[in-house]
Ligand binder design. Structure first.
Ligand SMILES: [Zn+2]
Length: 309
């Protein structure tokens, strides 16, 4: 529901509850109508430039308002009751406090939309740099430098700078997913748009949107324009001419728009060539900084052992 729709709904709800009270307390409606009439008279007088002689209109309005207050007090109804029940009182759900000045509720809503669209859910949201443990790595110092690069990667996106993408490869349980999630989560915190998808899910979405006319076509644009696209587990999908073509298109479109990509994969460069052929492999070699994540054994296995020791 967009904001105008929401506002109309709130106004309608307000009208309905007001009507209920007027049914129960008809004098309130009479008072409202009398006040309206008097205000109208006052405006007419002003327009006709009649001398503003003492006509007692103000006094009458004052008395009516007083009577209204007394009724409301006796009924235990607060004056705000007749206002729509806005989610945000600051901007009456308009999204801005004055023209061109977004309300705080607007940025919060934007963050929520970004979060929802990102594909990050549950435990994925807990993977950060703070809980990334270098001690599991064969060479913690080299890993430290990769983390440094990851932080620069975030900064560059934040500043809109052109940069190389990231290709993170390594065996199962080497923290590729954790590292790319840490980057994605940090960018979401800065209100950047992120989409995080496993390659097979990504291909499925593309098929639905492009060829099966399902879903919202806008999502295709989002895949192109989002500040960071993370493609997880490249190499886990069934390779087909179709898949190869779609992957190539994504890489090219995003490169043209200077939009960042992170690819996680079990494939080293040799396997990459074998799986995807030179066209895709060359593009990745050219446009990505390639980092191997290396642990003696899977971090999950190491953690389990630690838990038992
Ligand atoms: Zn607001």
């Amino acid at each position: 529901m967009d904001r105008e729709e929401l506002r109309r709904k709130k106004f309608a709800e307000c009208e309905a509850k007001t009507e209920e009270v007027y049914q129960r307390l008809p004098r309130l409606r009479e008072i409202e109508e009398e006040i309206k009439k008097l205000s109208f008279q006052k405006i007419q007088q002003a327009l006709l430039k009649k001398s503003l002689k003492k006509d007692g209109i103000e006094e009458k309005v004052f008395q009516l308002l007083k009577e209204k207050d007394l009724i409301l007090e006796a009924e235990g109804i607060k004056p705000e009751f007749f206002e729509p029940d806005w989610n945000c009182k600051k901007c009456c759900d308009r999204g801005f406090t004055e023209p061109g000045v977004p309300c705080s509720c607007f940025s919060k809503e934007k963050s929520n939309i970004l979060m929802e669209r990102s594909g990050l859910v549950g435990e994925m949201l807990e993977k950060t740099f703070e809980n990334f443990d270098l001690n599991y790595y064969t060479d913690p110092h080299s890993m430290q430098r990769k983390i440094q690069r990851a932080m620069e990667f975030i900064d560059n996106i934040h500043q809109g700078k052109k940069q190389q993408n990231l290709y993170l490869f390594g065996g199962v349980g080497t923290g590729k997913t954790h590292l790319s999630l840490a980057i994605a989560n940090q960018l979401l915190k800065y209100d950047h748009s992120v989409i995080y998808k496993r390659i097979d899910d990504l291909l499925e979405i593309i098929i639905e949107l492009k060829y099966e006319d399902k879903g919202n076509k806008e999502q295709l644009e989002v895949l192109k324009k989002v500040d960071l696209l993370v493609i997880d587990d490249l190499g886990a999908e069934k390779t087909s001419a179709f898949a190869l073509n779609q992957i190539r298109i994504i890489l090219e479109e995003r490169a043209n728009m200077n939009k960042a990509i992170i690819i996680n994969s079990n494939l080293d460069l040799n396997d990459l060539q074998k799986y995807y052929g030179p066209r895709i492999a060359d593009r990745i070699i050219e446009n990505f900084d390639i980092y191997e994540l290396k642990t003696e054994e899977s971090i999950r296995v190491q953690k389990k052992k630690d838990g038992f020791s």
